[in-house]
Design a protein around this ligand. Structure first.
Ligand SMILES: Nc1ncnc2c1ncn2[C@@H]1O[C@H](COP(=O)(O)OP(=O)(O)O)[C@@H](O)[C@H]1O
Ligand SMILES: [Mg+2]
Length: 360
């Protein structure tokens, strides 16, 4: 139940190719998040799985059965949209019952399912109200409730929290995670927000321009991004990138020169050539202030003192570097500082933006 497999799935709208060769297997009970910038094809991919769009090529299977030509209503999936899509003239109870009445389910079974979902989502007090009499958060719970009562093999959620304010988004996100644990149903969740993806997902699928860039657990993507795009997309604030050239490759390391002439020692093995151009990636939280074995001189541009941490905007020979350092620092714009990378995980990417594996 709830096992979904896509093999070489493509989707075009007329001459516009929106999805390219999508291969993906989602396990039963998994919470999978599709993340990527606006317009990269997340909704199209979800709608294709749902049956609201027909794939142009490839194969889509649910629980081992190819469903390319199976209508949406017969796929056993339930979709939740950002816009809630509730019937405004019906009460919450009627909204929850509507899809079930159409299947001619016995009335007491419908009532039992509504009672269970309402209890789970804490919307019991609102069952006789209309959607217009509810807050955004309550409406979204009703929309989720309408999916729950159908007992689908998988839930498909397209940016369901985008219309909520930041605080409510956080609490509803936690509720959704708890709900997934309780229902143990497959969930596919679409968002452009990498924090949502990191906090909810068992596995994240990063999409860019209709292609899968990487699939992995949140920490796999954070610790070992496959390319520069994923490295820059996952993590907040995003990773710093510094351009450099490999100058020498003694054993188990490389010496690189950054733009501006500063030299750094990099822990990298054989798959790197002298003279090649590389990009160093370092997360803002991994840079320390102060000189060390591997430090680079920088100039402070802007200081954001947040109390618990200090966000420094610095300049390294014309390249912008952001540092998030715990604690408070007495620094002013224009100050000369040293940024130490000696304890930082350094990510290296080749000229094509692909990750270079580290030797040590
Ligand atoms: N029905 C459609 N007809 C033509 N182009 C479409 C249609 N639906 C989506 N697209 C295009 O497909 C691309 C991906 O859209 P979408 O899947 O909505 O992206 P996302 O959800 O990641 O923001 C966009 O360029 C969009 O304009
Ligand atoms: Mg979308």
């Amino acid at each position: 139940m709830g096992h979904i497999k896509l093999t070489n799935v493509t989707k075009s709208f007329g001459a516009v190719d929106v999805l390219h060769d999508i291969n993906l297997e989602i396990k039963d009970g998994e919470f999978v998040v599709f993340v990527g910038p606006s317009g990269c094809g997340k909704s199209t991919l979800l709608r294709t799985i749902a049956g609201l769009e027909k794939p142009t090529g490839g194969e889509l299977a649910i629980d081992g059965k190819v469903v390319n030509t199976v209508p949406a209503a017969d796929r056993g999936l339930a979709m939740v949209f950002q816009s809630y899509a509730l019937y405004p003239h019906m009460s919450v109870r009627q909204n929850l019952a509507f899809g079930l009445e159409n299947t001619r389910m016995p009335k007491d079974e419908i009532a039992a399912r509504i009672a269970e979902a309402a209890r789970m989502l804490e919307i019991e007090p609102y069952l006789d109200r209309r959607p217009g009499q509810l807050s955004g958060g309550q409406r979204q719970r009703v929309a989720i409730g309408r999916a729950i009562v159908r007992r689908p093999v998988a839930f498909l959620l397209d940016e369901p929290l985008s219309n909520l304010d930041a605080e409510l988004r956080g609490s509803t996100r936690a509720e959704l995670a708890a709900l997934h644990a309780r229902l143990s149903a497959t969930m596919i969740y679409v968002t452009h927000d990498q924090v949502e993806a990191m906090t909810l997902a068992d596995r994240i699928v990063v999409l860019r321009a209709g292609r899968i860039e990487q699939v992995g657990t949140p920490l796999e993507l954070y610790n070992r991004p496959a390319n520069r795009f994923v490295a820059g997309f996952i993590g907040s604030p995003h990773m710093n990138f510094l351009e450099g050239t490999v100058e020498a490759v003694p054993s188990q390391k490389a010496i690189a020169t950054l733009a501006g002439g500063h030299r750094l020692e990099l822990p990298i093995g054989a798959d790197i050539e002298t003279g090649s151009r590389i990009t160093l990636g370092v997360r803002p939280q991994h840079i320390a202030l102060g000189a060390g074995d591997n430090s680079i001189p920088a100039k402070v541009r802007l200081v954001e003192a947040l109390g618990s941490e200090t966000v420094l905007h610095a300049d390294v020979a014309g390249q912008k570097v952001l540092v998030v350092a715990p604690g408070q620092y007495d620094l002013s714009p224009g100050a000369d500082i040293d940024l130490s990378l000696s304890a930082a995980p350094i990510h290296l990417f080749n000229e094509r933006g692909l990750r270079l594996e580290r030797a040590v």
